[in-house]
Structure formats: C-alpha cells, structure tokens
Design a protein around this ligand. Structure first.
Ligand SMILES: [Zn+2]
Ligand SMILES: [Zn+2]
Length: 587
C-alpha cells in the first residue's frame, strides 16, 4: 500500500473510533459491534434499542466534531484475555471476538482515546493502525445508514450500520461528495433499469444477472472487442465445462483455499464431489497436458469466456458490482522462461490499446506476499523473490505507473493488478497479470526441451477487462449510460415529424440498416418534442429528424445526443460518419 493510502486508512480508522465514541455518548445503552476503515471511508455496526436515522446525523456529527477538537490521543495497550473479558463484559460481539482471538492464541490490543489530561473517554478492541491524535482528522461526514446482520448472516440480529468518510482536508471531502452525487446519477443499477439493460429476478436468484437485448448486445460487443485484439496476437479460444471434480481443485490448491467460496454440485448418480468452476486456470492446465508439447509449440495462448460462479455472501451482492455468475476475458499463456518478457510486453501493449479505447487512465498495483504470513502461499520462497523482482523490472522497463501492494498476492503467484480511473476519478481494479510457477508444478505440466529433456513451462494468467459484468457496471457509470457509437445498441433514432413522411422514413431506415447501422424507427404518434425527449433519455447517439423538407430534398436533419444540432446532410454522408465512428471506436 502506498504512503497516502496508509495515511488515509489510519485517518478513517481513527474517524471510526470517533464515531463510536460519539454514539456511545449519545446512546449510552448501545452495544458496539464492529467496523472497519474501507477504501473510501469507514462504517461501524451498532446494536441499538431505539431507531437512529439520517435525521440524527447533525447531532452525531456535532458530537464527533467536539471529540476531534478535544485533541485526544490514540493510545495502544496490550492486554491479556481476562482483562479483555472484564472490559467488554456484557457485549456479546466483543466477547465473541475475544474468544476467537484467544482461541488462536493471539494477543489483544486495545486503543484508548485519551484526553490531554489523561482521562480515557473510550477503549475499543482494535489492532490499529490509527493516527496519533484525533485532531489530525481534517474533514469528515456521515453518509448513510443501513441494516446489517452480524457476520452478514441473516440468522443473526439486524444491526444498525452507519457509513461515513474522512479526509485530510475539506477540499478533498468536497471533491468526494461531488463524485458521490454524480455517481448516484450514474448508478448502473438505476441506469440499467431505465435503459433496460439488465435485471435480477427473485425466481432466478440474487447475484445472477439477466441481460435484456440491449444489455446483452453491449456485453457481447465488449467480449468481441477483446477477442478481436487477442486473436490478432495469436490467442486461441477454448471451451471448457462449467463443472469439474473436486480433485481438479484439490490439485490446483483452490479446494483448500477457496472451497467456502465455491458452489457444490450434486449428482443423482454418483457420490463424486463436484463444483461449479470459480476460475478457468485448472481446466486450462488440462488442455495443455492433453497433447505432448515441445519447446517449438510454445507459447500456447488460450482464452476462455466461460461462465464462472462464486458463492458470494448474500449481503455483499450488489448490482453488477458483486455477482455470483460472471465471465472473464481470461487467458493463460504456457511458455518457456525465456519467453515471459516478450509475452508480458505484448499483454501490456494490448492493455494499453483497450484502456485507451475506453478513455481510462490506468496504473498497476504490484501485489506481493504478506511477509508476516508465508503460510498463506504455495511454492518456493526463492521463486517468489525472483518473480516479485521480475514483475517490478517489467513495470519499469515498460515505463508503467505502478505502486506496491504488499499482502495482495494470489496464493500461488504475485500479481500485477490493473487499476483504471474512470470519468469521475474513481479507481477500479479491473484485472490481473501473473507469472506462475506453482500451477505447472502442481499439475506436473511438461514440454520437451531442445535437449530432449522434460521441462516445466511457466503459466501466465492474464485478463484485461476482467469480469464482463464488472466491466459493464464500470462502463455504464463511466459513460453515464451515453455509450459511444460502437457500443450503442441503437445508434440512430429516426424521428418522423408526421404521417406524411412515413414512406421516406422507412426508406431511410432500410438504407441505414442495409449498411449495418443500428437504427430504430420511432413510429408512435407522439409530438416531435416528446420523441426527441425520449430519444435523449435513452441516450441514442444520433437522431434524424424527418419532415417534409427533408423528404423533398432527400436529405436528413441530424441531431447529436446532448442537444447538438449538426444541420442537414445527405444520407450517405451521415451513414459514412456513423460507420467511421463505429470502426474507429471513437470515445
Ligand atoms: Zn481501530
Ligand atoms: Zn488463471
């Protein structure tokens, strides 16, 4: 994590303590459950009797401001289990943590919020880190309130979750609030419904998106685009089943690490343990080993858009951001060690092209091991050292903006994680690139080297857009639903002014359709103003207004999305303009 992120984490963690200290003061009977600092703020869960609403925020914020002014210090204390139990007696949430932590034989730390005169105004079980003093919180705001179950489990009691955020300066907070306001307008769940792109059904199940024709079109366009870039680089598409035996995941190591996140599949005829696949990597190793491979056959680059399934916690599912079914532009490159650099350079070029097409700025996070917990990773530590250093050299050689992400590696390899910045300045992790020695070893993959000896290939894992569902979400919000011409399901709305021009409108529609332009002929008897308003609301890039004047002159009157009038032109000039935009994938 970079320094700024580390600082923000401390600041928000501290703000979270200020929140629960204020709440405790205002609602003396509440029980504090828990709360973390998040990427853009913090939250805390309270077990409260009465009801707290957003209308209570000004009072809570006032109390928080008072605490911040108190210049209290955050003082760390190491304590033993009996003392912890004494301090938090009567709070079942803290007691549960205490049992769990002492069960693991770990030590406890608490943080005391201590006034300059030495008086302790709050103490909470926490491992930190925090700011030294609460007065370093420059600006904060409470944002929303929601119900949340303890451990996300609906069998537990519903707690009150209060969300907030904090920054070093008021200016940063103001910018964030603007982003939030704009993000609300662009919310992909809202636009997805208004534009009829996708939906969810209780009968199908939560986290399982259903795409309507327009949404399915955009999703298909995205994968076709990636596919087109990939096939020009020598990638071949494969096809693999959605289910596989547990043995496959036991060999890959996913069984031990991810079993809890995988859907179990039950057969009526056998007792074999099977799972829906959460990723493609293990299957692809079997495609590699299905044939004898020689050094001349490498690299083998295979790509797979198969559906993947992960058993996410129901409480964490949200629109297309967190789903249970998705597919990725997932590729695996099996290659020799001497081919890794060239392969990755090419992947980085492809990434650049794809990111520029969407107008995303981007950088990489170099996700390395958590040095404190070597047991979380498979494989030889010496190889990890080598690959972590190698990944850094690759970033430097390609002059790519990157930052360190210690502890963020996959269990089998370090990752180069692609982080893109959207039109609102929000950062999204899209996908990942990994140099993996572990999977080939675990699956005993070999190829015949130039010397006739069996050699171990290296497996590169690579996605660019990542999950199509997440990409859809990010792009809907990035473009605020106003997709560029190449991604728009309908590129042109033809708006006849009256019945009199019906024939001419149909002629235009046919000509454009024949040229491959995606059109919609709006034949309702509405007024022209209403037709324009509807077309604007559905964010169609172009409108053709067809009146008697146009019918006589054989021209079209063109209006561009966002109130821009482009005047009259011939139909063929207009069609050429649209086709050029489609081909050029203009932003
Ligand atoms: Zn804390
Ligand atoms: Zn993989």
């Amino acid at each position: 994590m970079d320094e700024k992120k580390q600082k923000m984490l401390k600041l928000r963690h501290t703000a979270e303590h200020v929140l629960h200290t204020a709440m405790q003061k205002l609602y003396p009977n509440l029980k504090k459950a828990m709360g973390p600092a998040t990427d853009d703020g913090f939250y805390f869960d309270f077990d409260l009797e009465g009801k707290v609403t957003e209308a209570d925020f000004p009072v809570i914020e006032k109390e928080m401001a008072r605490i911040i002014k108190s210049e209290s210090k955050m003082v760390r204390r190491e304590i033993e289990t009996p003392e912890a139990k004494e301090i938090f007696a009567g709070n079942p949430y803290k007691m549960e943590w205490i049992e769990e932590i002492s069960g693991r034989g770990e030590k406890f730390s608490t943080y005391q919020m201590t006034l300059p005169n030495g008086k302790v105004i709050d103490e909470d079980l926490c491992s930190g880190p925090h700011l030294d003093s609460v007065s370093e919180i420059g600006a904060f705001k409470l944002l929303s309130i929601a119900g949340a179950y303890w451990h996300g489990d609906e069998k537990n009691k519903m707690l009150t979750r209060i969300y907030g955020t904090a920054f070093e300066t008021q200016e940063e907070l103001d910018k964030y609030m603007w982003q939030l306001e704009e993000a609300k307008k662009r919310d992909h769940r809202k636009l997805g419904k208004e534009m009829d792109l996708f939906s969810f059904s209780d009968l199908v199940g939560s986290g399982l998106p259903l795409y309507s024709p327009k949404g399915a079109f955009i999703r298909r366009k995205l994968t076709e685009f990636v596919e087109e870039v990939q096939s020009s680089q020598g990638y071949f598409q494969v096809w693999t089943p959605q289910i596989a035996k547990a043995d496959l995941f036991k060999t890959s190591g996913h069984y031990d690490k991810y079993k809890g996140d995988m859907f179990r599949v039950v057969s009526n005829y056998s007792d074999e343990e099977m799972f829906l696949k959460p990723m493609n990597c293990p299957q692809h190793t079997q495609i590699f080993s299905a044939q004898p491979r020689s050094y001349r056959d490498l690299p083998l680059r295979i790509t797979d858009f198969a559906m993947l399934y992960r058993d996410e916690k129901p409480g964490e599912l949200s629109g297309l951001a967190r789903v249970r079914s998705f597919s990725q532009d997932d590729c695996h490159i099996f290659c020799r060690e001497d081919q890794v650099d060239k392969e990755i350079d090419e992947v980085l070029q492809m990434t650049k092209k794809i990111m520029e097409t969407f107008g995303f700025k981007y950088k990489y996070r170099l996700s390395t091991r958590d040095v404190e917990h070597p047991e979380k990773y498979l494989g030889d530590p010496a190889v990890w050292d080598k690959v972590e250093k190698w990944a850094e050299e690759i970033m430097k050689r390609n002059k790519i903006d990157f930052y360190q992400g210690p502890g963020e590696a996959a269990f089998y390899a370090p990752k180069m994680d692609l982080v893109a910045t959207d039109a609102l300045g929000r950062e999204w992790q899209l996908s990942t690139l990994q140099i993996d020695y572990v999977m080939p070893e675990r699956f005993d993959l070999t190829y015949t080297g130039q010397d006739g000896e069996a050699k171990r290939p290296i497996m590169l894992h690579r996605a660019i857009l990542g999950s199509a569902e997440r990409a859809m979400m990010i792009l809907i919000e990035h473009y605020a639903g106003a997709f560029p011409v190449w991604l728009s399901p309908i590129q042109v709305a033809i708006l006849p002014v009256s019945e009199k021009v019906k024939e001419y409108s149909e002629k235009i529609a046919k000509e454009l359709r024949d040229k491959g332009v995606r059109i919609e002929l709006v034949e309702e008897a509405d007024s022209l103003g209403k037709k324009i308003r509807n077309a604007e609301a559905s964010k169609v890039p172009y409108m053709l207004i067809v009146g008697e004047k146009e019918a006589e002159s054989g021209q079209v009157s063109v209006r561009q999305r966002g109130q821009k009038d482009l005047g009259s032109m011939t139909l063929s000039d207009f069609a050429e303009m649209v086709i050029k935009e489609e081909k050029g994938k203009t932003i």
